[in-house]
Design a protein around this ligand. Structure first.
Ligand SMILES: [Zn+2]
Length: 424
């Protein structure tokens, strides 16, 4: 079992130890020491990183500690970036990466303060804690959680930070622990329980690294709320992370407010206005498209060569979308009881729409399948109306002409020819 120096001092960044063994775990090199200040991932807190190196100048290369875990025998496993040139029995130095440790202490102590605040104010216990790379979260055993409760807990937590209360590490026996009214079941070391004591505010069992006084946590900023299964997840950032996050939020807000030409506090109002404008514009556009479709329908019907059988209209639009072509097909077959329309668009996503007035004898679905068997792509539809997305558009015009010739008995006249390239 490795002796855990961080249990007694979270600010111990440098230490000396003896290398006990070198293991290979998943083909990675792992060093086990007799004692360590490196924190292994556990209890929601992430591992420390840092360096290990041997005493003798000849072997003074620094090994990077990239991950730290613990195994079920109580050994702390230091994953290092390369195999050391020294062996078991060597006297080694360890150095913890300070900024990362300090950040983890801020998040973890901040979590204790926050969890205690939710218990004090609303009797909502924390059921789990997760420390992420950018933010951390606690899951509260709660059916409901309001924005107001979150603001109150945040406010109390920050008061406790400002009061700069002492944070002590205490070891007690099981029996002593029973009378202490603790928030959480504690961690056991050599039969004793390790407690984190935030003076007159929170006492809880924990194996993590913590600040010495609450002022070192810095600000506690609550962010996203999310319902997860039986709990409410509260995302938060503490200390320097709170500053970094607030800076990032502010940058995004300033960029957005410049786009909207408004103050950042007026953004919601401004965005609602823009959404309304966009809705009105979509509505106006839809009306215009309908008017254009109506006018095209009238024009195509007027230009269609008179025939004994149903009027045959064949047309490709290079600058209209599928929505327009479908609308036009519907207008055409509704405006006259005897019309067959073979329409298409050669825009970004080429599409075909075949339609005939009710009672006409052909099968548009079958015709579409036939066209697509030659043009590639997928599609289909009913006897009255069908649509598809052809792939080989260079053959589109000739295939449409052939189908038109077959339906009408002759090819479409000059006035009713396809318009494959120019604007309409
Ligand atoms: Zn803890």
């Amino acid at each position: 079992m490795t002796q855990r120096l961080y249990y007694h001092d979270s600010f111990l960044y440098e230490f000396e130890a003896e290398l006990v063994e070198i293991l290979s775990v998943d083909s990675r090199t792992v060093l086990v020491l007799d004692r360590t200040a490196f924190y292994p991932t556990s209890g929601g807190q992430a591992f420390d990183t840092g360096w290990l190196w041997a005493d003798s100048p000849a072997e003074s290369e620094r090994l990077r500690v990239v991950e730290v875990t613990e195994d079920d025998q109580g050994r702390i496993l230091h994953f290092v970036s390369e195999r050391p040139r020294f062996g078991p029995g060597t006297h080694v130095h360890g150095l913890i990466e300070r900024e990362r440790r300090r950040d983890h202490m801020q998040q973890h102590s901040g979590q204790h303060v926050l969890s205690a605040a939710f218990v004090r104010l609303f009797n909502l216990p924390t059921v789990s804690f997760h420390m992420g790379v950018q933010s951390s979260s606690i899951d509260l055993d709660a059916n409901n959680l309001s924005e107001e409760q979150v603001r109150d807990a945040e406010s109390l937590a920050n008061d406790v930070v400002l009061e700069n209360r002492r944070v002590d590490i205490r070891f007690v026996t099981q029996q002593e622990a029973r009378g202490l009214g603790m928030r959480k079941i504690p961690t056991v070391e050599h039969g004793r329980l390790r407690l984190i004591d935030i003076h007159d505010f929170d006492l809880t069992g924990c194996g993590g690294t913590h600040v010495a006084s609450t002022g070192q946590i810095g600000g506690i900023l609550l962010r996203k709320l999310e319902k997860v299964r039986q709990a409410w997840r509260v995302e938060f950032v503490c200390g320097k992370r709170a500053v970094v996050t607030a800076r990032r939020d502010y940058t995004a807000l300033v960029e957005s407010s410049a786009l909207c030409s408004s103050h950042i506090w007026e953004l919601p109002q401004q965005i609602r206005r823009l959404q309304e404008d966009a809705r009105s514009a979509r509505k106006a556009n839809a009306m215009l498209v309908e008017e254009v479709a109506d006018s095209w329908a009238s024009r195509l019907l007027a230009e269609a060569p008179p025939r004994e059988a149903a009027l045959l209209i064949v047309r490709l639009f290079p600058d209209r979308d599928l929505g327009f072509v479908k609308l036009l097909a519907q207008r055409l077959i509704r405006q006259t009881p005897r019309v067959i329309a073979l329409l298409g668009t050669t825009q970004d996503q080429p599409s075909l729409v075949f339609a005939q007035s009710a009672g006409q004898p052909f099968d548009m679905g079958a015709l579409m399948k036939e066209a697509l068997s030659r043009l590639g792509g997928r599609g289909g539809g009913s006897k009255e109306m069908a649509q598809g997305g052809p792939v080989r558009i260079e053959e589109l015009e000739s295939v449409l002409m052939e189908i038109a010739a077959r339906l009408g008995g002759d090819t479409p006249g000059q006035e009713n020819r396809l318009v494959p390239t120019q604007g309409t």
